[in-house]
Design a protein around this ligand. Structure first.
Ligand code: GRF
Length: 191
């Protein structure tokens, strides 16, 4: 049987990207990294692991539709079936959502629907809540609003700093995301 092929979209450091590709029993092959940030650290990580990269600059395209069509062309050429967002800082539009219906997943560092959007860890910290966590969800056109697949709680401790909390949240992400990916691919979970 041929292995399922997947792409990761990321704009930042790429710790989730690395955790996914370093997972020994991952149920799919990560064949492509797409990034909209030419200087992103995640690109170096992809190069180091010999994974193909596509850098897309939104400014080079007249419209979001054209921007996403260019991505779809490469995704299709690479026979990509699933797309995993890992710190991709752009809203995915209808063009991509329709081309990969029910096959685009995101990870977010809070217990959604609490603290969507940017700086979710800082938002939870500033709100003074006692627990936050991690959510893996299918995406829709909203900001972190799609159907939830899995969540894991992380307690916020009295002596936590944003940095210590972020570290514990990311440690959870790095285990949860590959686990959910395997469930989706092996277990046939759909949105
Ligand atoms: C993660 O915390 C993820 O939940 C959020 O963006 C962050 C990406 O971190 N969507 P990294 O680039 O994987 O280290």
């Amino acid at each position: 049987m041929t292995r399922v092929r997947a792409a990761i979209f990321a704009s930042g450091t790429g710790s989730n990207f690395e955790a996914i590709i370093n997972t020994k029993d991952l149920a799919c092959d990560i064949v492509l990294l797409i990034s909209d940030q030419p200087g992103a650290k995640v690109i170096e990580k992809a190069h180091k692991h010999g994974i193909k990269t596509l850098i897309v600059d939104r400014k080079q395209f007249d419209s979001k539709i054209a921007f996403e069509q260019a991505m779809i062309e490469v995704l299709k050429a690479e026979h990509v079936e699933w797309v995993f967002l890992a710190g991709y800082m752009r809203l995915v539009g209808q063009t991509l959502l329709q081309a990969f219906e029910g096959k685009i997943v995101n990870i977010h560092p809070s217990l959604l629907p609490a603290f969507p959007g940017i700086d979710a860890i800082g938002q939870a910290f500033d709100a003074g809540v006692k627990k936050s966590g991690v959510t893996v969800h299918f995406i829709d056109e909203g900001i972190d609003t799609g159907p939830i697949i899995a969540q894991e709680e992380v307690n916020i401790l009295p002596d936590d700093t944003i940095q210590s909390l972020q570290k514990r949240i990311q440690d959870v992400e790095h285990v949860l995301y590959p686990k959910v990916i395997n469930h989706l691919i092996n277990g046939g979970l759909t949105s």
